[in-house]
Design a protein around this ligand. Structure first.
Ligand SMILES: [Zn+2]
Length: 87
């Protein structure tokens, strides 16, 4: 059985720092992003990895909400991925 969790991450003085929680969702990890430039990192079976396109959309939505999509529809590059998720 695989384990997957997320944590809020940021850098300071060249070091990767993160919150101490093991968040079940990307959105709950976003709540721990405390500074500009903060991000969310996935830990999948003990290995750090970048967010998948679907997880990235969850991150962008949690950070910027629908206002960004309305005001700047081309601001998010993976918009075409939204369609398969909504189907
Ligand atoms: Zn956290």
């Amino acid at each position: 059985m695989s384990s997957l969790y997320y944590f809020a991450a940021w850098t300071d003085s060249g070091c990767l720092l993160g919150c101490a929680q093991q968040h079940v969702t990307v959105i709950s990890a976003v709540a721990c992003v405390a500074s500009a430039g903060g991000y969310v990192v996935a830990v999948d079976d003990g290995q750090l990895r970048e967010l998948s396109p679907k997880e990235e959309i969850e991150f962008q939505f949690a950070m910027y909400g629908t206002g960004l999509l309305r005001d700047r529809p081309r601001a998010l590059t993976p918009l075409k991925v939204l369609k398969p998720i909504l189907n």
